[in-house]
Ligand binder design. Structure first.
Ligand SMILES: *Cc1c(COP(=O)(O)O)cnc(C)c1O
Length: 398
């Protein structure tokens, strides 16, 4: 698709999130940053109406903020069933910060080896960043037939260097729509190698079996499912800590051990962003936790995949293997990427308040539109998009 984006483009075509009519109900399918559940957004607003200081103005060392920090840390532990031999950190620098922090903490020298399973945009980006700090051995996760990022490779013993400090993978490739609904197990002889998981776009939507899955580090930038940009949840197994293990060049702000020793307060914590994560976790627990969240994710995504699969080819989605289809991000195109129809679709849906299906990314507008179904999207919201898609298809499929 060769969409030319210029200043005369219709706002819907350049990713505007503000439809012309302010009265339509907005449904935000953006891949991130994105909306939070209505109840959480209301709670944030209410926190500004209460007497006293908001978390924007709280010193990170005040007892009031320490209450927030302790509360959210224990909520995350309980909800995600994180065992005691893991530390929970609120880190700076987003997902990209962790792309650097992981090798800087787990590799002492640049000659230390790390294995990266590259099966999409984000693992590609993570492995490129890691090359500055360690010796990356990449497992090519492209579909051998098409060369596309639509699959996840079989993990073979001979492809994983036993000297690897860790094996890196992304549990949901946000751009490509490839998700591991459960974490994979390394081959028996490689089980001792810790897994590092980029769970930025699927955290809280399925259970994690921390010990059995061999998770060493897991991180999730907040801006997809659990909060606003500006803070990242990073969970580290304690045996991987130790100042002598990290690279001597690891900045203090990225150093897991430094931050654990300082109880998450080595430097100024992102106080407000952390409270937002706290609100989200409280909401999640009230709603039924991870099990209910997974049920919702399956239901929301199924509504849309069903429309795509039953459209006689009017819509298509790149990932054919249903076991790997993302429940979070659903890429789809219209009549094989027909440019005029795609523009028509974007403008009409935008007019109805359906926004965020196309975002301009550093990787271009992409070949596909994408519906992201994070925690703010309800089953009714997904059904509203499905209805729109069906009506559009019946109007234009002739
Ligand atoms: C969004 C995203 C990132 C990037 O996070 P930033 O906070 O923008 O650095 C990394 N990995 C995945 C899987 C993502 O979805």
């Amino acid at each position: 698709m060769t969409t030319t984006i210029n200043e005369n483009s219709h706002p819907a075509l350049v990713g505007s999130l503000r439809p012309a009519s302010p009265s339509v109900k907005l449904i935000n399918f953006s891949p991130g940053p994105t909306s939070l559940p209505k109840a959480v957004e209301d709670e944030i607003a209410a926190s500004f109406q209460k007497p006293g200081l908001t978390s924007l103005a709280l010193s990170h060392r005040s007892p009031e903020f320490l209450d927030i920090l302790n509360h959210v840390t224990s909520s995350v532990r309980r909800i995600m069933e994180i065992p005691d031999d893991y530390e929970v950190l609120f880190t700076h620098g987003g997902g990209h910060g962790q792309f650097a922090a992981v090798p800087l903490n787990l590799c002492h020298n640049t000659s230390d080896v790390a294995t990266y399973i590259v099966n999409g945009t984000w693992t590609e980006r993570a492995s490129e960043e890691a090359q500055r700090y360690c010796t990356v051995q990449a497992i090519d996760g492209r579909d051998p037939q098409t060369g596309g990022y639509t699959t996840f490779p079989e993990l073979k013993e001979e492809d994983i260097d036993p000297k690897s400090k860790y094996v890196f993978l992304c549990s949901n490739e946000t751009v490509n729509g490839v998700e591991l609904h459960r974490l994979p197990r390394l081959p028996e002889s490689r089980r001792e190698i810790p897994l590092v998981i980029d769970a930025s776009s699927d955290f809280t939507t399925k259970p994690i079996d921390w010990h059995a899955d061999g998770v060493g580090v897991l991180f999730a930038c907040a801006s997809k499912n659990i909060g606003h940009p500006g803070v990242t949840l990073t969970i580290v197994r304690k045996d991987l800590l130790g100042k002598d293990k990290a690279s001597p060049f690891c900045p203090g702000v990225f150093n897991y051990t430094t931050n654990v020793e300082a109880d998450n307060l080595w430097n100024t914590a992102a106080t407000f962003n952390i409270e937002v994560v706290s609100f989200l976790m409280d909401w999640l627990e009230r709603e039924g936790g991870v099990a209910e969240n997974e049920r919702r994710s399956i239901a929301k995504s199924r509504i849309l995949y069903d429309v795509i699969d039953n459209s006689d080819g009017f819509y298509s989605t790149p990932v054919q293997d249903k076991k790997l289809r993302s429940r979070m991000n659903i890429p789809f195109n219209i009549k094989g990427g027909d440019e005029k129809l795609t523009e028509e679709f974007l403008i009409q849906s935008w007019n109805e308040g359906i926004v965020g299906l196309r975002t301009l990314t550093p990787f271009g507008v992409g070949d596909y539109l994408r519906a992201s179904l994070y925690n703010a999207i309800t089953e009714e919201d997904a059904a509203a998009l499905a209805d729109f898609m069906q009506q559009f298809a019946s109007k234009y499929s002739a």
